[in-house]
Every structure is written in C-alpha cells, then in structure tokens.
Design a protein around this ligand. Sequence first.
Ligand SMILES: [Zn+2]
Ligand SMILES: [Zn+2]
Length: 318
Amino acid sequence: MGRIELLPRDYHSYKANLHSHTTCSDGRFTPGQAKEHYKKNGYSIVAFTDHNIFLDHSDLNDGEFLALAGLEVDTDSFVYGKKNEFNQTCHLCAIARDPACALPVFRAESYTGEAIRAKIDEFHQAGYLVNYNHPAWSCEGPDEFLGYGGFDGLEIYNYSCEVSNNNGDSHNEYAMALRMLRRPIRCIAADDNHQSRGCEDDSCGGWVVFKAPELSYPAIIQAYDEMRFYASTGPEILESYIEGGKLVVECSPVRRAHVTTQMIDPVYCGFSQDNSLTHIEVNLEKVPEAARFLWVQLTDGQGRKAWMNPYYLTRDKG
Ligand SMILES: [Zn+2]
Ligand SMILES: [Zn+2]
C-alpha cells in the first residue's frame, strides 16, 4: 500500500475562522474590519455567518484573503416548541459551496429532531455545507443532536462560548456523535466572535487550518469535503500521513498526544515531561480489528489543543 496523505506537507496552510458575526447582525466589526483583524493575526479565511441572514462578502477577496459566504440559523426551544426551565437551542452554520449558486434557506421553526434534520437536508440541497455549533452552550445532548441527521461538521470548540460562558468545549459531544452516528463528522474549532459580549475579546482563539494547493473558494471547499484540515486552539500540525503500516503526525512541540477510536481507551498515548513531543507514530498493526477510525488529539504545555479529523480505517479483509 502506498502513502496516504492526511495533511500533506507540500500543500499550503490556510488558517480559517469558520464562524463569525459582524455589524450585519450582532457583532462589532464591520466585514472590512473583520478581514483586517484576521489578516493581521495570520488568517487567510473568514466565513461570514451572521445570524439568520446570508451575505456574500466576496468583494473583500484578494490574493491573500478569502471570504466564505454563509449564515447561522437558530431554532430556540422557548420560541419553537419545547419549554424547559432552561432554554435549549439548535444553531447551525451553513456555508455556501458556491455563493453564486446558493439558494435562500431560513431557520427551522419547530424545535424537533425531525424539523432540524429536514432543515439540514434543505441546506444541502440548496448548496451549503452545515456545521452544528456549540452543543455545550446550547444545552443540547445526544437526545437532541443524534437526531439531527447529516450535519457535516460539529464545533468541538467555540472560543466565544469559552470566554463568555465558560462552556466552549464540546469534546464529549463530538466524541459521542462520532461513536453513535457511525459516520465521518468534521471536527471544527471556531471563534464565533462578536466583540460585543463585555468579556475578554472573543477573536483568534479557535480555528481550523486547511491544507490546499491554492487559496480559492473551490479548493477550500474541496479541502473541507476531503477533511484535509485540522482544528486548533494552539498546536500546529505540520503534516500527517500513513505509510508502511504507520500513522505519522509531525507537530509543533506538545505535552500529550492521544489517538482514540470509538472505544474507551486510546490506541496511543504519548507524553513528554518537558512539552517537547513533535513526532507521533502509531503502529496500525496494534490497532484493534474493531476500530472504525483513528482520531488524533494533541495537548500542549499550556493545555491548548489540536484535533485532526477522524481517519476511517479500511481493512483489507482478503
Ligand atoms: Zn450560535
Ligand atoms: Zn454564532
């Protein structure tokens, strides 16, 4: 078997915030200010996902910046059906695969799994990819999100929820979705920045890095589709591949590396006392036959994380 590139070193790295708000809804940055702020901080891509309004800011594009066109829809349980003493809500970021061809879609107006599943199908048919946002902040658990059907990605980390509500971490929800839905789900970290929540600035704390041959709309959508990106709050992944029966990851110095499957215990756990782990090698022969996927997670000396997308194992049954 030849080499399988998961995160190819030869491709460019494009840092992206896939969830953001501007003055077009309840954010403080204008779209132009958002572009300048993110460019200054090393980003190449911002997805504009204002609340319940689809806007194409491709006029901001230049050779070093790409605006993805999208929106965030919300279906609030208080408004659309289910009354608890706490509110639950489902937020979805829909990003157009080609802004010129995307059809208008509005929020689901019923807080049920069926209505939200149908809405995700409608987004797909209308030309969008769909990320399911911040389940921990939304007070949603498996009873809710396992019924939402075919969303493409799930926010494992939302920086604005972290700084404003201390619940930006949805690791458990993401791991549960991978286990229970038994299909690939992209692992997303994003800012959801508003600059208006009266807390610490909520930008540049969670991102994804695409590996792509060029900075163009189709190349980035293809990298999303092929899961050629990783999510991070700090650590950098330089490359990852499978060759000679081994999964290899090269990264910036970290303290811990875990590679998990759907099972309880990891198939790999690496540790460096002085936070200097930069090379990870997992012998695939030691991975149990029942494992469906390998999911790489890194933690640096400051507790910051990076997550690869799960790699689905195809076993030679011959
Ligand atoms: Zn939201
Ligand atoms: Zn948002």
